[in-house]
Design a binder for this molecule. Structure first.
Ligand SMILES: Nc1nc2c(ncn2[C@@H]2O[C@H](COP(=O)(O)OP(=O)(O)OP(=O)(O)O)[C@@H](O)[C@H]2O)c(=O)[nH]1
Ligand SMILES: [Mg+2]
Length: 197
């Protein structure tokens, strides 16, 4: 199964704004500016479906995209951006936690990491929390293009160590070179209950 179409559905600031089409859904989450929107654009083969920005914290609401008329992708706001007030941070956290807890259509979460940055408490907490919820999740380290082959392996091992996972549980990805795209598509669609083919 290939991704052949994708369209923006809606932006939601609370549950009342979530789409009600009942399509199986994948959520993309991770630290602010890690490359969530770029990864979605790369997966669906569109340059600017999900908005990207060099200003961290750009995505402040949930954005939903219908893919192949069959699935929904949710681009979640980034967490952990230092330069915002406590109030704003709480608002984001609430938005994301509520979504992850209450969204019935959610089949799989994609936790996006920066291959060059060690995992922090935010990432460990999130993984612990997703595991606790029993929600399947994929770990993806993006911006792989910024490292050489030998640097990558080391970075992947370090990231895995910091997360308490095996290195091979972290898929390498680059929105710039599209490396890792096919593999992620396959695992993602599998996660949503679609046989890869
Ligand atoms: N070299 C490289 N740059 C990337 C890659 N992915 C994203 N970027 C850059 O990283 C910056 C942030 O990307 P976004 O996709 O907007 O990140 P985001 O996680 O959606 O950010 P927020 O919505 O603000 O949380 C942009 O300048 C992108 O061009 C990648 O794979 N390689
Ligand atoms: Mg974004």
């Amino acid at each position: 199964m290939k991704i052949t179409s994708a369209e923006f559905v809606t932006t939601a600031i609370d549950p009342a704004g979530w789409p009600r089409e009942g399509l199986p859904e994948a959520a993309f989450l991770g630290r602010s500016n890690v490359g969530k929107s770029s990864l979605i654009n790369c997966l669906v083969g569109r340059k600017s479906l999900a908005r990207t920005s060099s200003t961290p914290g750009r995505t402040r609401a949930l954005n939903f995209f219908r893919v192949n008329g069959q699935w929904m992708f949710a681009d979640l706001p980034g967490y952990g951006y230092a330069n915002v007030s406590k109030e704003m941070r709480k608002g984001w956290q609430k938005l994301v936690e509520q979504y992850l807890q209450e969204r019935k259509e959610l089949r799989v979460a994609v936790l996006i990491l920066d291959l060059r940055r060690p995992a922090g408490d935010d990432e460990r907490d999130l993984i612990g929390w997703l595991s606790g919820q029993g929600l399947p999740f994929l770990l993806v380290a993006t911006k792989a293009d910024k490292l050489s082959r030998s640097q990558r392996q080391k970075a992947q091992a370090e990231l895995a160590h910091g997360l308490g996972t095996r290195p091979d549980q972290i898929a390498l990805f680059s929105a710039r070179t599209r490396e890792g795209r096919e593999e992620l598509c396959r695992r993602l669609l599998e996660g949503m209950g679609e046989k890869a083919g």
